[in-house]
Design a protein around this ligand. Structure first.
Ligand SMILES: [Zn+2]
Length: 211
């Protein structure tokens, strides 16, 4: 896309990289060998802004560095287009999406149909609804491809069904992806437990701020 206006290149970067992230995340919840690398991100039973950077180092390098790098190179996008169209939105929206806040509510709720905001990404982090809302910055690919779900309330239970994995330290969780821990299990969570109904949502607790 050399020669195209910056705004157009930035828009293409936003859509293309977010589609790539969507497909990767969907694949990580579909294929066991890929789930091993993503499990670490979904394991914590608390969801905060710090969860944003909590990823397996191999997942970070493959999914967030080399993959997008090759994609924008193949598309011929300029560095400025990647920064303004993909990196900045991804950093800001990924951090916001993991924030422990009940947002958006009521009149701003429509924003969650477009962007990956706290309520919709929180649903992805629940043990029962981890196969919805895969988008990193946007929700449009989830909506087009049938994996979007809007929670009625902010979920309050997070993590995977593998409580034993959740209780491990960060180093043990890294090693677990390669079966270096005795008794480790990287089996995908059972599809049967995925429910189509609303998640277990409780009233906003004392640790959740409302906007
Ligand atoms: Zn997340």
């Amino acid at each position: 896309m050399n020669g195209a206006p910056l705004w157009l290149q930035a828009f293409v970067a936003l859509l293309a990289v977010d589609l790539y992230q969507y497909l990767c995340r969907r694949g990580q919840h579909r294929f066991e060998v890929w789930w091993r690398l993503h499990k670490l991100h979904d394991a914590p039973e608390e969801l905060t802004v710090l969860s944003t950077s909590r990823s397996h180092i191999a997942d970070t390098m493959l999914r967030q560095v080399f993959g997008p790098g090759l994609l924008v190179y193949a598309l011929g996008l300029s560095a400025n287009a990647v920064i303004y169209g993909s990196l900045l939105p991804a950093v800001l929206l990924d951090a916001l999406g993991h924030a422990n806040i009940d947002f958006p509510r009521k009149r701003f709720r429509w924003l969650s149909y477009v962007f990956s905001l706290p309520n919709v990404h929180a649903l992805h982090h629940t043990p029962t609804h981890d196969r919805v809302n895969f988008g990193m910055s946007l929700m449009i690919w989830d909506r087009f491809l049938g994996t979007f779900q809007m929670p009625d309330e902010r979920p309050c239970q997070f993590g995977t069904s593998d409580r034993r994995f959740s209780e491990l330290g960060i180093l043990a969780q890294h090693l677990d992806a390669f079966h270096l821990r005795p008794g480790s299990s990287n089996a995908l969570p059972s599809v049967e437990r995925i429910r189509s109904g609303p998640p277990d949502a409780g009233p906003a607790d004392a640790t959740t701020d409302s906007i």
